[in-house]
Design a protein around this ligand. Sequence first.
Ligand code: DHB
Length: 490
Amino acid sequence: MKRITIPLALIVVFAIWGETAEGQTKDPLVFPGISFTVETKMVKTSEGEKKVTYRAYMHIPYVANPVDKDYQSMNVSVPVEIDGKSVDAENAPIFIDIGVGGYMSVRNAGGNTGGPGDRRGGPPQSSNVSGRPDLALAAGYVIVSPGCRGRDNKAADGTYYGKAPAAIVDLKAAVRYIRHNKGVMPGNTDRIVSVGCSAGGALSALLGASGNSPLYESYLKEIGAAEAADHIYASACYSPITDLEHADGAYEWMFGTLPTQSGLVDQVLSKQLKASYAGYQQSLNLQGKNGFGILSAENYDKYLLQYYLVPSANKYLKELSDNARAAYLANNTWIKWTDHGAAFAFADYVMHIGRMKGLPAFDDFTMNQPEPALFGNTTTAARHFTSFSLQQSTGDMHAEIDSELKTIVNMMNAMYFIGQNNRDCAAAWWLRNGSSDNHTSQTVMVNLATSLENLGRKVNAWVFWDGGHCADDDPEGLIRWIGVVTGFTR
Ligand code: DHB
């Protein structure tokens, strides 16, 4: 590692610029262009290892008035040389690696060890290529790794300071910081791409969908976010755990009659939730592809099979050797394989993956799931965020989530902003899930994909066959796609 020495004259110039003659205080949100170290790493790609030399800018606070700058700070990596060839990242896409898992905080200080839910770069890659951020760096992109607050953040006095909507407010502040530093920080501020999985995938979707929404303004002001736009160009979302207030119903639609490890869930309540999902799905009024019609609780199984699950199974099975395919099919007799490819019943597929969560899957009555904790407040560890669970747990069948909380629930849901046809919703979307992911209903990602398609956005959506939560069988596909949609070439 080579340390850069900064000439004294430059420091003096900086200091003078900081305090102008008019006595204005210096802008605390200027990118510290001269404080970096030069690092080198080897990145494994399918074309062999690439040696990348880059500037590492560590722990830059991205708000002027942080609640906790250990979290509200970011690292920036700017490639300068790839395989011995110098590169210019001035106009490169800016890749925001959202490290959130489980709606927990991501710590940026202390050697960048991450917070308890830290999931930077996605899940560990079992394949022989590096993680997404390293692949992006080796493609010449600028990498931003922001910390952010999360549901676990607790002050010494016992109050919570990272409950919803803190995480998305912080991520928006990070985007504003980047844009505020247009021309100072390398990278193209018109080509910001966010990437995350699970809760991080949901936040990536939300960052993409909610661009420049005035709903967050007071929160952003409070932490001293830069006064700049906070929309992004593209959003990549792996297994997004979004649409939380409708996810309990969607889960019962998919898994209601399947037992959990401790047996069947309450079938009366399951049916109630499933019925509420049917109404919600109808209200979305989403047009399936190729004249399929409006997606509904009645036809969604067919839609998933036709456009997601069967194509996914076909790709998987066609790529196997004849012997491996025969062995797979012998172990999965519920799949029929003919000259036309795979065929199976939706119920058999659901049985194959099994039910993971209890009832309700998200706003659970004991409030042990991540989501009630996400919707706690300064003094309350966890709160119900659906009227259904509030009613069931209080016994008051007229109880309703109060309007202040309802607004916060909206502010955490990408589907809310897509439903509002938010003008500054991202133009391009990369959506991925594993077919065996039972953390939420498969309809959640496909509703996201379809609503964006219906609004004319560019959507690239796929399900990885037999992939689990946060599955990513094609990390290089994302990197190539970013190159294509942003038009970036080196
Ligand atoms: C995550 C997983 C969940 O099942 C959930 O409800 C929320 C978040 C996660 O992996 O981030």
